[in-house]
Design a protein around this ligand. Structure first.
Ligand code: NAP
Length: 248
């Protein structure tokens, strides 16, 4: 059947695949025919994602991307790939006067430095093929807007979007495309254990014209487009998936 979005024959690495958006990206990409290499910190949750992948020949590598040793080991174990989704990330909610340098470093380390270094190593060692699509999961926060007590997270995602533009230019001669997907609020565990209350979320959802937060799969579908050959002429751009949030 004709399908311009097929991922048949593509090997795709997804970071942050043990939970939320990364998990959905891995599962949906496998349904589109991709061979997945999934990575995350929590082995049990990673195995659960693995068990939900369609098809065979997938691989799973446990790594904590905040640790340089883990990142280098992960890179060493990886084969040549056709797609890279930098999805692993975390948030830290703190009013600016409490946003210490340590907090910035903790978040920047995982949201910005780790994907930057992993991608650089993959390019440098030619583990990224000509025609590879690199996708960063950024956010509307820090690129189009922010929220109270979000300066740390917003900074990290703003940096990601700047990186996407610079990388896209530098890697275009190699036929490598670099884009981001910028979601609004998606129902995942990202705020688990944070200072944000259920009541605050109930009020916040009213800012979404489509009347609800997004589902991880709704981000995954945009990522699949960027990974597929349907997006062969798309680079250096960002796709907002936000239920109309930015219209207000
Ligand atoms: N949910 C939203 O509303 C939303 C909106 C916009 C953008 N995003 C972005 O989407 C991405 C995924 O977030 P999510 O909502 O799916 O959150 P999530 O459910 O909390 O998942 C976060 C993922 O990142 C991984 N991760 C965190 N720290 C890591 C580290 N040090 N090393 C390796 N992996 C690490 C986690 O691995 P373990 O579970 O194994 O620790 C997990 O797989 C993030 O970049 C986030 O900023 C989310």
């Amino acid at each position: 059947m004709y399908n311009p979005f097929t991922l048949d024959g593509k090997t795709i690495l997804v970071t942050g695949a043990s939970s939320g958006i990364g998990k959905a990206i891995a599962i949906e990409s496998s349904k589109m025919g991709a061979t997945l290499i999934i990575t995350g910190r929590n082995e049990q949750r990673l195995k659960e994602t693995y068990s939900l992948l369609e098809g065979s020949s997938h691989d799973l590598i446990v790594a904590d991307l905040s640790l340089k040793e883990d990142l280098y080991l992960l890179h060493k174990e990886l084969p040549v790939i056709d797609g890279l989704v930098n999805c692993a990330g975390l948030t830290k909610v703190a009013p600016f006067s409490f946003a210490t340098r340590d907090s910035f470093e903790e978040v920047m380390n995982v949201n910005f430095f780790a994907p930057t270094e992993l991608t650089r190593l993959m390019v440098k060692t030619k583990k990224i093929r000509k025609g590879t699509s690199i996708v960063f999961i950024s956010s509307v926060s820090g690129v189009y807007c922010s929220a109270v007590a979000s300066s740390i997270y917003s900074s990290s995602k703003g940096a990601v979007n700047g990186l996407v533009k610079g990388m896209a230019l530098d890697l275009a001669p190699k036929g490598i495309r670099v884009n981001s997907v910028n979601p609004g609020m998606i129902e995942t565990d990202i705020f688990k254990g944070s200072a944000i209350t259920e009541e605050q979320l109930r009020i916040d959802v009213q800012n979404y014209p489509l009347g609800r937060y997004g589902k991880p799969e709704e981000v995954a579908y945009a990522v699949i487009y960027l990974l597929s050959d349907a997006a062969l002429w798309t680079t250096g751009t960002n796709i907002v998936i936000d239920g109309g949030y930015l219209l207000k």
